[in-house]
Structure formats: structure tokens, C-alpha cells
Design a protein around this ligand. Sequence first.
Ligand SMILES: [Zn+2]
Length: 304
Amino acid sequence: MKRISGLKLFASLFVLAALGPQVDLSYAQNPPPDHPSVTVGGQTFTPRSILARNMGTNEDQTTAFPPHKIIGNIYYVGTRTLSSFLIVTPQGNILMDSTYERNVPTIAKSVADLGFKFSDVKILLGNHAHGDHQEGDAMVKQMTGANVIVMAEDVPALKEMKPGGKEHPIDQVIHDGDKVILGGTTLVAHLTPGHTRGCTSWTTTAQEGGRTYNVLLGCSLRAPGVVPPPIAAEFDRSFKLVRTLPCDVQLGDHGAQYGMQEKYAKMKAGAPNPFIDPAHCFAEADVEEAMYHAIVAEQNAAHK
Ligand SMILES: [Zn+2]
């Protein structure tokens, strides 16, 4: 019996080792610790639980979530845990976040399932330079010819992102406050760094029922396990800045950041749109800010 268990263990380790190179090293190399913990809105979080909540299982990261209209001309075309948004205009569409390269065909299918053409994607935007959000940019560019627009501060990290050796496409570099305009839709890029140097929170508006709503496509505010002083300065600025952004509908690079699955479950014809939820626009910022301060406090205590 013992020998069988040993063999099983050996086999499991071998499988883990074999999976190793496929895992995105940007987050999986050093799984974050299970401390400190913070309680916000009656829920307790640790760095590890936040990452687990964001990413889910490998299957969650690669299985399409039912594509759906969020509000106005904004649609969800991502997986269960990795967001990808389609913004439809009369002059072609904008895609935000290609996610992992292996997800690009899944995203293309979700776009088609909604009745749109993937080849109508004219502009590809990104949320931040991590593989789970922008690794697929080169494949989207190949499939659609879209103009790839990136935030200046994320360019160095994006240039390192080369799935299968492909160069990361960069057609246009923008800066804090710049606007991306297509077919009557305007997106404003707000630099909210910390999670990456070029982490970008986008704002736009959408129409529904004769009203105009402010939509915030927020960047992750999740702090790394160790926060060096220049990154702390960025987070301090970003936590203040995000709260000044106009918001009736909050979206994020992982569905868990805005309760996507719970809100989707509440969607019903004739009922109020559950994604219009201004009261909770900064709930995710509250969690991440509390965690950031707890991490910095733990770090400072360790250095005394
Ligand atoms: Zn990230």
C-alpha cells in the first residue's frame, strides 16, 4: 500500500512539474502568503484568497462565461474569471483585454455568439501588462488587424510578453488622460499604477432607457507581496484617484472585482439592470486599499 501511495505522490509531482512552464509566472511563481488578513464589508481576505478569487481554477480561466450585454454598447466576451469587453460602434468595435493567447479563439466565438464579427475589432486596448489580460494581443492583431493602443508606462512589460516568440504588437502609445475615440464612443485612459506601472482604468459612457451612465473599467489595485517605496507612492496616488472617477457601472479585469457572476444571475427582462450599481463602484478599491495598508504595515513591522 505504501509503495502505491508513494508512486501516486511521485506521479502527481511529475504532473505538476510538467505543467510548470505553462503557468503564467507573473502570478504563479510565488503564490502570495495567507497573511495579513483584512475584513471589509463583513468579508475576510488574505493576499492568497484575493488571488484565488480573481483567477479561479485553470478551467475557470479558459472556459467562456456566457457572453452578455452589460449596458448600452458594452458586452462581456471573457471567460469565467478573466474579463474581456467588446464595445460596439457603427464604425467597428473595440476589444478590451485579449487575456491569455489560448483564450483568443474562445473570445472570438463569444463575439460571434453575440452576433458580431470578430474581424470588426478595429482597436485593441489593454487593462494592464500581465499575461492573464494581454498575452493574446499578438493573436488578436493577427486575426483582426486591430490597432493596438497601449499605455506608455506598460510598454517595457508588454515588450517582454512574447507568446511563442511573437513580438508584442504596439501600434500607438498613449499617456494619462488620452482619449480613444471610435464611432461616437469615447474612452478616457486614466493611469492608475501600482499593480503594474501602466495599469489603466478606463472611463466611458453608455446609454440605456434614454439615460446616460458612467462606466468605469477599472484596473486591478491588488498590491504585490512586497511593496517597495516607489510602488507605494503609485498606489497612494491611485487609491485617491480612482475614487474621483465618474461611475454608475463598475467593471474590472476579473469578474470577481465587480461581482459579475452574482449580477449576471440577477439579469431579467424588465427588471433594473443589476450592473448599474453606483453604491458599490469602489467596494473593490476598499478591499484592495485595506489589504495594501495591511501589507505595508506588516512589512514595516518586520523591518523594525
Ligand atoms: Zn495583474
